[in-house]
Write a protein that binds this ligand. Structure first.
Ligand code: FE2
Ligand code: FE2
Length: 699
């Protein structure tokens, strides 16, 4: 192999590795979203705890307890979850700082620059008048403490407050101190950063372009700090030279927070920055809509900003996207503190001097709504919709309660809707149990089902009217008479009438008993004569089949019902352009043929030309749109076969509002007027159409 070839091969292998590496990243990275841990939004107030005095931010946490001090001179330690004060320490005068938690002791100083050292039980170990204004936190390490003053002195004391050492800087010390492996590092107002050893020997330094502002941070390799020139530095600790610096819109006066490779900064221009700690690249930044001065809280994948107003905001640490907020009733007075599962905020009312810790927890709620208010009649369709707040991939189990009895009516699944076809009157509760891996909530709606509406009786044609149609059944000589009466008088009159033998044809297959009528074949012939569109003929056949099936279910004679269905759109093609005329031509044709007025009425009723007055009318009114929906649903099925679909399949389509919009659901639902539930009604029609699937071309 030549060198050139080997080089080429190496490059090629590298490329391949990159490609494969990239590919595997794409395959494996998205993964399955894990159950969120830590803080989740939305949050609600769960509890609160009162105290007196103005709190001094920040509140600090250790081991599930939190520590805070108040301007009126108290330091307290509170059991975070029990919400109980573990101890209280009272200083001689008002305090100026929050407590600093050392490894062994707790430190705080007052307005008279007296430094107090407390043991972990809150008892005073010692106190010392420093005589200078302490400007920095008190930092404890390896049996000594360190702090800086306005006189430019970095103090070091042992844990008894004795054997002082003083290192003199050129100006007041605001930056640090921080104790690292390589020494103690701090910054002064003349822009100098110092590295000294515990004995106070200078190990090195760095001159910044301006005053070193506030707190320092370090990961052990880089030290991070802000200057009054609005520069933010990442300084190599080893070489004490900048690895990078960025110009921000303001200074960073509160502790920078390191989390993995990210560095979070809150600057005085109300911007939160996320920098890459090794390069200073700005990964993202966000404007904070109000001023801020409290420490950031990084809780798992969220960075939480507590503002000087009543707003709390949370951002995704990776993308910077705002992923939660909370608005307190009053202004916030400290940082937000996380003690799982609570986010604890502080407030203080300066009028009354009352302070309050507000405990927020994740809002977890199951919600249930119903689209029709209770009560509804039996047989009605009542849709319920559930939703969930604060759940991760929730499942919904619907149940029905009757008295003490509780019955699951829809097993737990992702489906959050359930439609109730209530059969029997009574008092119920419809409930949903929402669950995910770790939590559950239930909610119920009490619901009353009234009596099923009466099936609208076939109106007797001529009761109380002044005409009567005689459907003479048998041949013979008759007299048809009328007795006319009113309150005070009466008269009778008779007409003799001879009925001849029934013609053969009618006897064979009478559509309408005792009436001159057409056979089914003749009716179909009539339809074919008037309608050329094959789909329209199929539609008529479908309506016919459904009408017959529904008639049978209701104990009615299927023949006239079927005929009404078959002829209902007879004039469709001639009235297509003037829908207002739809059925007028049909009525003429049917009347000429002497078709039963009930059938004619049903034909008119299907198109809303006359109000529905009986079961046949309501049936054709609801069936007409339903057949269209069933055919459309069948065409959606991969097999395009009527026999492949069932009620569930059609119901799914039915619920999609945009699906086959022309098949008006409100019309279909009029099946309630013939005493059928929507489900039963649809099921009957599916079955009826399946019976003629060959004729419908959907076999
Ligand atoms: Fe029609
Ligand atoms: Fe129709």
């Amino acid at each position: 192999m030549t060198k050139a070839f080997m080089k080429k091969r190496a490059i090629w292998m590298l490329l391949l590795a990159t490609v494969l590496g990239g590919a595997s990243c794409r395959i494996f990275k998205p993964g399955i979203a894990a159950y969120p841990i830590g803080l989740s939004f939305p949050v609600v107030e769960d509890a609160s705890m009162s105290f007196k005095g103005r709190i001094i931010s920040p509140v600090r946490e250790r081991g599930g307890a939190y520590f805070y001090s108040t301007e009126n001179g108290f330091v307290r330690c509170v059991d975070g979850l029990e919400k109980q004060v573990i101890w209280t320490f009272e200083a001689n005068s008002g305090l100026r700082t929050a407590p600093f938690l050392g490894r062994e002791k707790i430190y705080v100083y007052d307005k008279a620059d007296v430094l107090y050292c407390l043991d972990p039980q809150g008892k005073l170990s010692w106190k010392k008048a420093v005589g200078e204004k302490v400007l920095t936190p008190v930092v404890e390490d390896s049996g000594r403490i360190y702090f800086g003053t306005d006189q430019g002195i970095l103090w070091s004391l042992d844990l008894r407050g004795e054997s002082p050492r003083r290192f003199k800087a050129g100006a007041a010390i605001h930056g640090g101190p921080m104790v690292l492996d390589s020494g103690i590092i701090f910054g002064s107002d003349d822009g100098k950063l110092f590295l000294i050893d515990p004995q106070g020997q200078a190990l090195g330094g760095f001159r910044a372009p301006g005053r070193i502002i506030g707190p320092l941070a370090s990961d052990g390799k880089i030290v991070f700090f802000s200057t009054e020139t609005r520069d933010f530095f990442g300084l190599s600790l080893k070489r004490l030279k900048p690895k990078w610096k960025v110009r921000l819109g303001g200074y960073v006066q509160i502790d920078p927070v390191l989390k993995g490779e990210r560095l979070f900064l809150l600057s005085t221009n109300s911007v939160i920055y996320c920098l890459k700690k090794t390069s200073g690249d700005v990964l993202w930044w966000q404007n904070i809509p109000s001023r801020t001065a409290y420490e950031l809280a990084v809780i798992e994948d969220k960075v939480v900003v507590s503002t000087l107003s009543s707003n709390l905001l949370a951002f995704d640490v990776v993308t910077g996207r705002k992923i939660g907020e909370y608005k307190m009733a009053q202004d916030l007075k400290a940082n937000a503190l996380w003690i799982d599962p609570f986010l604890i905020l502080a407030h203080h009312d300066s009028q009354t001097d009352d302070g309050r810790f507000v405990y927020l927890r994740k809002d977890v709620q199951a919600l249930l709504s119903v689209q029709k208010a209770s009560p509804q009649p039996a047989g009605d369709e009542i849709p319920f919709i559930a939703s969930a707040i604060g759940f991760f991939k929730p499942n919904y189990e619907f149940y029905l309660k009757t008295g003490e009895k509780r019955e699951v009516i829809q097993k737990a699944s992702e489906k959050n809707t359930w439609t109730w076809y209530a059969d029997a009157e009574g008092s119920y509760s419809v409930g949903v149990n929402v669950t995910d891996e770790k939590q559950s909530r239930e909610i119920e709606i009490p619901y009353v089902i009234d009596k099923r509406p009466e099936i609208i009786a076939e109106s007797p044609l001529m009761k109380g009217k002044d005409t009567r149609t005689w459907y003479a059944d048998a041949d013979g000589s008759y007299s048809e008479g009328v007795n006319v009466t009113d309150e005070k008088q009466s008269r009778e009159i008779e007409i003799p009438f001879v009925i001849e033998k029934r013609p053969e044809k009618i006897a064979e297959s009478p559509l309408m008993k005792g009436k001159a009528a057409m056979t089914r074949e003749e009716t179909l012939e009539l339809v074919r004569k008037h309608l050329k569109n094959r789909n329209l003929i199929k539609h008529c056949l479908a309506v016919e089949a459904c009408m017959k099936a529904v008639a049978s279910r209701l104990g009615q004679d299927p023949e006239p019902w079927g005929m009404a269905g078959l002829v209902h759109d007879l004039d469709y093609e001639v009235t297509e352009k003037s829908p207002e005329l739809h059925t007028t031509e049909t009525v003429k044709i049917l009347n000429e043929l002497g078709i039963d007025p009930l059938i004619v009425h049903a034909v008119q009723a299907h198109a809303g030309k006359v109000p529905c007055g009986n079961a046949m009318d309501w049936a054709i009114f609801s069936i007409d749109p339903l057949t269209g929906l069933i055919i459309a649903a069948t065409l959606m099925h991969p097999t395009k076969k009527l026999r492949a679909i069932d009620l569930e399949f059609v119901k799914r389509r039915y619920k999609e509002k945009s699906f086959a919009k022309g098949a008006r659901r409100d019309e279909i639902e009029q099946c309630v007027n013939i005493g059928l539930s929507l489900d039963e009604f649809i099921a009957i029609c599916i079955q009826a159409m399946q019976g003629i699937d060959q004729n419908l071309g959907l076999a």
